[in-house]
Design a binder for this molecule. Structure first.
Ligand code: SF4
Length: 309
């Protein structure tokens, strides 16, 4: 059984895939993951459920951010007349007549401009949609839909919501509105403040700043519609089968020979960069220092914490 993220993990580092197979249950979730999941919960089941999820994880201080992002998204969906038809569509497909499965969750299916589109909700620190035309996750979900006959979408609506709250316009100590370009407020909020402070007598430099803001205001939510051709889906499917079967074989090898044996056969080329971005870097480091560690023997949180020191 392989998911899109487990395939990506295995492709980036085989050792990471092996460690994840054995140790995922001990890996604490980071705040970004918890917030992302609370956001998805709030979008699907309502803001109260999202807030509850944050509270349970001890992240209640992120509640204002969640409320703002969900409100922003709801307004966007309503202004653009995107009507959700289904949420959290789970799928599992056998590949190439084997018992190996490709599994996943599609965020949703929506009606937009008279056509059905898969929906992919993302949260991010900054908005970058350059990746969308080549994003394999999008291709993977369209491929699964086609192969399983789930629906016939036009493509995917990729909706990125920036993880940040709107900043209010800055009022200086002398009572005037700031014209600093990095104050991060919206044009609407700035115009409201201009009205409140100046009425009709707007200072020239504030007028100039309003013009600049109108041209340069960066949206906090961006949506991109993207499609894939049948040939692209075919090619992706061929590649996918290979990796799903490879991951299945890796798991079977771990079951049959034990994780220590499989790790020993998997060379490690750890470096500063991979260590910085890897959830298993502490374990990987410990193994590099002490080859005698019995990873297969880790069966409790306590043993795991002891291993990573
Ligand atoms: S630290 Fe680097 S080499 Fe080690 S598991 Fe992670 S990605 Fe792989």
């Amino acid at each position: 059984m392989a998911s899109f993220s487990s395939i990506v993990r295995g492709l980036s580092c085989k050792r990471k895939a092996i460690l994840a197979t054995a140790l995922r249950k001990f890996q604490p979730k980071n705040d970004n993951l918890i917030f992302g999941s609370a956001y998805h919960t709030a979008v699907e089941f309502g803001i109260d459920k999202g807030i509850e999820a944050l509270k349970e994880a001890g992240l209640s201080d992120m509640k204002p951010l969640l409320i703002e992002m969900v409100t922003r998204l709801n307004n966007f969906m309503s202004i653009n007349e995107i009507e959700m038809l289904d949420n959290e569509m789970e799928f599992a497909m056998n590949v190439d007549g084997t018992d190996e499965k490709f599994i996943g969750f599609i965020d949703g299916l929506a009606l937009w401009r008279g056509k059905q589109w898969l929906i992919e909700f993302k949260t991010a620190r900054s908005i970058d949609v350059d990746c969308v035309p080549v994003d394999s996750q999008i291709t993977a979900y369209l491929y699964a839909c086609r192969e399983l006959g789930l629906c016939e979408p036009e493509g995917v609506l990729y909706i990125v919501n920036q993880k940040s709250v709107n900043k209010p316009p800055v009022v200086l100590a002398n009572g005037h509105l700031s014209v600093a370009k990095n104050q991060g407020c919206t044009l609407t909020d700035y115009l409201d403040k201009v009205q409140e402070l100046y009425g009709e007598s707007i200072p020239p430099k504030v007028e100039l700043f309003i013009e600049w803001l109108a041209e340069n205001e960066k949206p906090l939510l961006v949506s991109v519609a993207t499609k894939r051709s049948q040939a692209q889906l075919d090619r992706f499917g061929d590649m996918l089968k290979k990796y799903v079967i490879e991951e299945g074989n890796l798991k079977k090898a771990i079951e049959q020979n034990g994780i220590d044996a499989v790790l020993r056969e998997t060379p490690c080329f750890a470096n500063k960069m991979c260590m910085a971005g890897c959830d298993y870097s502490d374990v990987c480091k410990a193994l590099l220092i002490d080859e005698q560690i019995d990873i297969g023997g880790i069966d409790s949180d306590e043993a795991y914490r002891e291993l990573i020191g």
